[in-house]
Design a protein around this ligand. Structure first.
Ligand SMILES: [Mn+2]
Length: 314
């Protein structure tokens, strides 16, 4: 790793540890309403350092579309004050604790599947396993049969996401996702998964819309194959993303948002200008999240827009 990359990594980790301070401005904007009875859920898994980034992301979405039930899944690190802060800003939000998640999965999943899954100890130890529980297993068990938009806390919605709003309002018939990469694609081809309607090597789960029904048979099949192939894969960064790619590729016509236009989901590697002028959604990946202040500049634009009821990106 080059010196510059090392410095950048230290800088980004430092900034992320202090993100609640950097994002405190979002608390000066008005609370926003949601629809707890809506058929579609806006879902995000959350850890304590990303609490106010989450509030900013949620408000940036809700200003364009408030007809969603909003659910936060605590990874186990949020404190009581943060529960209050989220509830004060996102009206009607439902927050589940880590224990509620594990209890629910224990109750719902079959013994045979539970025996294959990483343990709660492994959840505490490995971020990838944590994400697999939070963003895959929990969604599949908790929201079986619902439409779920799974978002990261490190997104900002800059323009109305028309196709997503249409998806929210219509009956479920297909999923959507964004473009990305997966370092473990080869291993998943090797396991014999056939990627019919999308390719695992070009798939990101930073913003996805899913119908949350995955059959018991399919779940067992996926986790059996992973366990038999190499259980170490659970510790790979992209494991949750890989499993959603497997599931979604077996469903008809998943929509690749990034095929609709350049920078539908603009990555945090793009300049402030390009994100501001072109992106519908900006996604600030960890490695470069705070570089060049594009995230914080787009945040302060958002705060202005929320306060004054206009949209600076037009
Ligand atoms: Mn992300």
């Amino acid at each position: 790793m080059t010196f510059i990359k090392k410095i950048s990594r230290i800088y980004n980790r430092y900034m992320q540890r202090n993100a609640n301070l950097l994002f405190r401005g979002i608390l000066s904007t008005a609370p926003m309403s949601t629809n707890p009875k809506a058929q579609t859920i806006l879902y995000c898994a959350l850890s304590k350092n990303a609490c106010r980034q989450y509030i900013a992301m949620a408000k940036s979405f809700l200003r364009f579309c408030s007809n969603v039930a909003v659910v936060v899944q605590d990874d186990g690190s949020l404190d009581v004050e943060q529960y209050k802060e989220i509830k004060n800003h996102i009206l009607g939000v439902k927050i589940y604790s880590k224990n509620e998640m594990f209890e629910y999965i224990q109750k719902q999943a079959e013994k045979e599947l539970l025996a294959l899954l990483p343990t709660e100890d492994e959840y505490q130890q490995w971020t990838s396993i944590k994400i697999m529980y939070l963003k895959f297993l929990n969604v599949v068990f908790r929201f079986n049969g619902r439409k779920v938009i799974i978002v990261d806390s490190d997104l900002l919605f800059l323009r109305p996401p028309r196709v997503i709003i249409d998806w929210v309002e219509s009956h479920y018939n297909s999923d959507f996702y964004g473009e990305g990469g997966n370092a473990k694609s080869k291993q998943f081809y090797d396991m014999g998964f056939s990627f019919d309607s999308l390719d695992i090597a070009n798939f990101s789960s930073g913003t996805i819309g899913v119908g949350g029904s995955v059959s018991k048979v399919q779940l067992l099949d996926i986790f059996k194959r992973i366990n038999e192939y190499d259980r170490e894969l659970y510790k790979a960064w992209e494991i949750e993303q890989a499993i959603w790619a497997v599931v979604m590729s077996q469903r008809p016509n998943p929509l690749n948002l990034d095929s609709l236009k350049d920078l539908y989901i603009g990555s945090g590697w793009k300049s402030y200008r390009r994100l501001k002028n072109e992106a519908i959604i900006a996604h600030f990946a960890g490695a470069v999240r705070f570089n060049n202040f594009r995230y914080l500049r787009l945040l302060s634009d958002l705060i202005l827009e929320l306060k004054h009821g206009f949209n600076t990106v037009g």
